[in-house]
Design a protein. Structure first.
Length: 401
């Protein structure tokens, strides 16, 4: 890319110098023709000086970007004695006008008009009538105004193109930023789903495995029953983990089609699956009291229902971690327009069959934080703490009418 840019700059200088040289030669030829016809008088020494200024002018064009005012002034003043340098002067004046520094343009304009008048004096036109020096002044003003207009237009167009380029680059940067943020959000969502899904299953496995390790006096049939619970929940955990990780892979949509219409794509259950969650917890040995007071849960938005299910699931998991074998009470209430209220309550101390609690999985420190994030994602709020000898997780989620 830098090589192409450098080649473009070199080409830009070459064609400008070529145009200036051709224009200067053409104007010089026109003056020579007038001299040959006897319509203009040019002293012989000025022809030699004209050629020197022609070469110097072409060289100065290379410096017009570094010192636009100086180059424009020098070339404009040189036109007082040299007509062949007018091509380089035109390029320099147009280049100066692209910057639209009007005081510079005004200074060069004065020199431009005076130089034209001086050239007319040094190279007089032999005409008996109808010619006046005023014509040179008016012609110089009109010519200079035209050059300034061309330069200003080129400058405005360049700025417009540059602004479009900057907008495109800004849009690309913003798009890249949005993509990066979306990727971060998606990773956080997947991490939250994995935590919610696995924590529920593994807490059941840890609780029953701990019971097997602690209760050495269990009858064989009870050991088999508890081991079956551990096995089934471990298998379910692996299955749900595979489903969550499937989000990270590209699929052809076949799995979604197999779910069938009317069912949320797993692992995205809603409050419609709350009974299944409670039955599963009861089957594993946890006493759960479910009180559903809301009568219109089918009208609950899917996103809110999905987050509500995960909040109840994680709250039950926390209860099972910190108070194994303790009863859990789940209350679901609310209606459209007032919001959805969730409350999960469990005694602070375990009421299990043995005074010493069985081993529990190590806390991750993400459960309650994840619950709070879930509630805030849909514009709700969540509170938790001990009250009346019980640990309560209460949540309010918006429910549009």
């Amino acid at each position: 890319m830098p090589t192409r840019s450098r080649a473009a700059r070199v080409w830009g200088e070459v064609w400008r110098i070529t145009v200036a040289a051709l224009f200067g030669v053409a104007v010089t030829a026109l003056i020579a023709y007038e001299v040959d016809l006897g319509e203009r008088v040019v002293p012989d020494f000025l022809w030699a000086l004209d050629f020197v200024f022609f070469l110097v002018g072409l060289g100065l064009l290379l410096l017009r970007r570094r010192a636009p005012l100086t180059v424009a002034l020098v070339l404009t003043a040189a036109t007082a004695v040299s007509i062949s340098v007018v091509g380089a002067e035109v390029i320099a004046v147009v280049s100066l006008a692209t910057h639209r520094r009007w005081w510079r343009i005004g200074v060069v304009g004065v020199v431009f008009v005076l130089a034209g008048w001086v050239y007319g004096v040094l190279h007089p036109v032999v005409v008996d009538q109808g010619y006046s020096a005023v014509i040179d002044v008016i012609g110089g003003v009109v010519s200079y105004a035209l050059l300034v207009w061309i330069g200003a237009y080129i400058g405005l167009r360049r700025e417009h193109l540059e602004s479009l380029r900057e907008r495109a680059e800004t849009a690309e940067r913003e798009q890249a930023s949005r993509v990066a943020q979306a990727r971060v959000n998606e990773r956080a969502r997947i991490a939250r789903e994995m935590h919610d899904v696995l924590a529920h299953r593994m807490s059941l496995v840890a609780m029953h495995a701990g019971a097997l390790a602690y209760r050495t006096d269990l009858p064989p049939e009870k050991v088999v029953e508890t081991a079956a619970v551990v096995q089934s929940n471990a298998h379910a955990a692996l299955t749900e983990l595979r489903e969550v990780l499937g989000v990270l892979r590209e699929t052809d949509g076949g799995a979604a089609e197999q779910e069938g219409p009317g069912r949320p794509e797993r692992p995205q259950p809603t409050l419609a699956d709350l009974d299944e969650l409670v039955d599963e917890a009861r089957a594993s040995g946890t006493e759960v009291h479910l009180d559903v007071r809301a009568r219109r849960l089918t009208e609950l938005p899917e996103a809110v229902s999905r987050h509500a299910f995960r909040i109840v699931q994680e709250a039950m998991t926390n209860a099972r971690k910190h108070a194994p074998w303790a009863p859990v009470t789940v209350v679901v209430d609310g209606e459209p327009g007032e919001g959805l209220s969730l409350a999960v309550r469990n005694p602070v101390r375990s009421v299990g069959p043995e005074p010493t609690p069985v081993g529990a999985p190590p806390p991750s420190g993400l459960g309650l934080v994840g619950l709070t994030e879930r509630a805030e994602l849909v514009g709700g709020r969540l509170a938790y703490g001990s009250a009346g000898g019980a640990f309560v997780v209460s949540t309010w989620l918006p429910w549009a009418p």
